[in-house]
Design a protein around this ligand. Sequence first.
Ligand SMILES: C[S@@+](CC[C@H](N)C(=O)[O-])C[C@H]1O[C@@H](n2cnc3c(N)ncnc32)[C@H](O)[C@@H]1O
Length: 356
Amino acid sequence: MNFFSRDKRSAFEAKETAQWIAFGPVIFQVARVLRDKGILKLIEGSGSTGLTIEEIAEKVKISVYGVRVLLESGLSLGLVLVNKGKYTLGKTGYFILNDSLTRTNMDFVHDVNYKGLFYLDESIETGKPAGLKEFGEWKTIYEGLSQLPPHVQKSWFSFDHYFSDDAFPLVLKKIYRPGVNNILDIGGNTGKWAIASANYAPGIHITIMDLPGQLNVARERIAGLGLNERISFLPVNILDESVKIPKGFDVIWMSQFLDCFSEQEIVSILKRCYEALDEKGEVVILEPFWDRQKFEVAAFCLQQTSIYFTALANGNSQMYSAETFIRCIEQAGLEIVEQTDQIGLSQTLLRCKKRK
Ligand SMILES: C[S@@+](CC[C@H](N)C(=O)[O-])C[C@H]1O[C@@H](n2cnc3c(N)ncnc32)[C@H](O)[C@@H]1O
């Protein structure tokens, strides 16, 4: 589905959209502060009766001025409605307050991205994540992930997990076909896939390959669950071209991993997977592609997430289109033997084998 082949807005609507963009950071912060100061919650609780600015100010212990500017801004955003001086919750306000996808995206944008995005021009010019200096002097965010402030880590992991968690239970059966017992999970992160796999069937062994700092988190969780015998760890920096991928795995699994790399790096990783596979072996990839979405808003979320990769993560990767990504698979000598779109919120599953 191509949502982007024609201009759907009238000139008037386009000019209106341009104003939403011009004031983008303002309206984002207003919505967040109305949420985080408990104002939207309070208004929701008042139901259809609503509350005056003075009543709200007294309850949330903020000045009448503060509540007024926030709510008046919120009116044009559809966050709140006003009738005879009483504010009630608007539909958009309802989602800002209660929708878990919106909350996850908003916290990720605010805690992880907001300040760093100021350096987007520099990132585009240099191909480096110039915004990362807001947190530390690392080459990529992945090297610093375990050292980020706790609330930033929380928002990063919630965002990361939100998009893959709901897909994992849906694909376990597809991956663990008869004969698939030994799997390498590259970019296994906090061990969520490995744990889901170990709990799925008793004969399965998973090896998680990831950066050393990340593996410490996974190790602790897995030991706590008593799964040490079933899950092994391989600390590596996959960007080091001399790192070979060990042979002998039935499946090499990569979920939301390859989007952390440039096209050239993806090809290099996949070529090393190719060398590690035997004729029966498979590379299985779970990725969200913006041109494989059912809804335009899902494509929108992915396209905007790309900018996190540019300004904060590493400066050279993105949420790819399937078109660009599949070219990398082919360049590595692999062929796709099965593709399944629309798994969970936004994922596509690609099963790949060595091209004959
Ligand atoms: C977006 S997370 C994916 C997490 C998980 N697979 C999922 O589906 O939720 C990307 C993972 O890749 C790892 N990673 C990033 N760069 C890496 C590198 N150069 N070498 C090894 N692992 C890396 C990160 O540490 C992180 O755990």
